[in-house]
Design a protein around this ligand. Structure first.
Ligand code: NCD
Length: 402
């Protein structure tokens, strides 16, 4: 099994075995983050970013340079023909003749799939609107593996704006696939989208506990009961303090740029934060994770606490991206263990339905008009359609589905 010639748009484009093999290669790459490995001579990576980025773009570029390759960097698309109205499909068909791999970030959901469909070179999704951010998930899972020794059975609380945070979406899938336990703590209206929790439950039989606030979570006896521990004293301790259930708190900022109403953002912005006081009740070996940038949701006075893992987490992005790029460009082989699962392939059955368009206003198909509204039917009724680009569900009436 090889990653050569494949795209990475969603975490579902990789199997668990392939993810583990990327981790093993990242262990090797970690030796080379301060030197030049020189295996990518003559190869070019184009990074095209339609949204701001610090870590993702710079760590991809650093990864390529450390591998010995070169980079065409486009951090600001307003200086390109995009400002003249060039579409994603055309932009990538131009870049493919200059570069061997394209790393793209774009504000529209599903845009990365469009890029992958049109480009003849591999495309890596560096974040497409509020949809997914699969390489962030690779480094998030790698952080947990490095710092907790395993992912299976680890208890993770996803905290924050889970509706818009693409990092939380990809991570929720990743955690479920590796058998972690997930709790979601999100202010009202910013919960993890139903289609994500449904997909997780249906495919992986994983329950997601859901709370409006950390206080609500801390007071839930049901949550405490569900974590069985061998030591009765530890159980007693948990009963009075559910935050100590968690091996990792994964916090996200309120995604200001995705709100349509300023009042909604204002209502949400200060509704949660991890403080030193809260951390004093967490496990001594817990991790506080965050994809960064933080705004107000992580107090600076926790930075010196060894449990604050977010800067280490960002640093893991470099060996992970070196490993991914090396594997995708065929510079290093990945060794997928025997008997590992297959990646979940793209939908086999794609359909158009007369007069039905994707119901997600942030879907790339609503803005880039050359794209057909393509769906994958979900369930037996034919009334639920998953957009093959943004993956949001559109429900159709009986007549339309007939
Ligand atoms: C995240 C993103 O862009 O989704 N940043 C990142 O890539 N590390 C998180 C965020 O912007 O909140």
């Amino acid at each position: 099994m090889t990653l050569v010639g494949r795209d990475l748009v969603s975490v579902f484009d990789l199997s668990n075995g392939e993810i583990e093999a990327i981790f093993a290669l990242a262990d090797e790459m970690a030796q080379h983050v301060r030197s030049k490995l020189d295996i990518a001579g003559g190869k070019l990576m184009a990074t095209i970013f339609y949204e701001p980025s610090t870590r993702t773009r710079l760590s991809f570029e650093a990864a390529m340079l450390r591998l010995g390759g070169d980079v065409l960097s486009c951090p600001e698309v307003t200086s390109t023909s995009v400002a003249k109205g060039e579409t994603v499909a055309d932009t990538v068909r131009i870049i493919e003749s200059y570069a061997d791999v394209i790393v793209m970030r774009h504000p529209l959901e599903g845009s990365a799939r469009v890029a992958a469909d049109y480009a003849s070179v591999p495309v890596i999704n560096a974040g497409d609107g509020a949809h997914e951010h699969p390489t962030q998930t690779l480094l998030d899972l790698y952080t947990i593996r490095q710092e907790k020794g395993r992912i299976e059975g680890v208890w993770v609380a996803l905290v924050g704006d889970l509706k818009h945070a693409r990092t939380a979406h990809s991570l929720a899938y990743g955690l479920a696939r590796f058998g972690a336990k997930i709790a979601c703590v999100a202010p009202q209206g910013l919960e993890l989208p139903r289609e994500i929790t449904d997909r997780i439950r249906e495919r992986y039989n994983a329950v997601t506990y859901e709370y409006r606030s950390l206080d609500e979570m801390v007071a839930d006896p049901e949550l405490v009961r569900s974590r069985k521990v061998a030591d009765p004293e530890e159980q007693l301790e948990l009963t009075s303090n559910a935050i100590s259930l968690f091996d990792a708190l994964y916090v996200t900022r309120v995604q200001r740029e995705r709100f349509t109403a300023a009042e909604q953002f204002e209502a949400a912005r200060n509704s949660y934060a991890i403080t030193a006081d809260m951390l004093s009740r967490a496990r001594p070996d817990a991790l506080v994770m965050h994809p960064l940038p933080r705004v107000d949701e992580l107090h600076y006075d926790i930075d010196a606490d060894p449990r604050a893992a977010y800067f280490r987490q960002a640093a893991y992005g470099l060996p992970i991206r070196m490993a991914l790029v090396a594997a995708m460009l065929g510079l290093r082989e990945i060794k997928v263990r025997r008997g590992a699962d297959e990646p979940e392939r793209r939908p086999a059955k794609k359909t158009t339905v007369d007069h039905v368009t994707c119901s997600n206003p942030r879907c790339v198909t609503t803005q880039e008009r050359y794209l057909p509204a393509l769906f994958e039917p979900v369930g037996a009724t034919g009334r639920k359609l998953r957009c093959v680009y943004c993956e949001r569900i559109t429900k159709v009436s009986q007549e339309a589905s007939a």
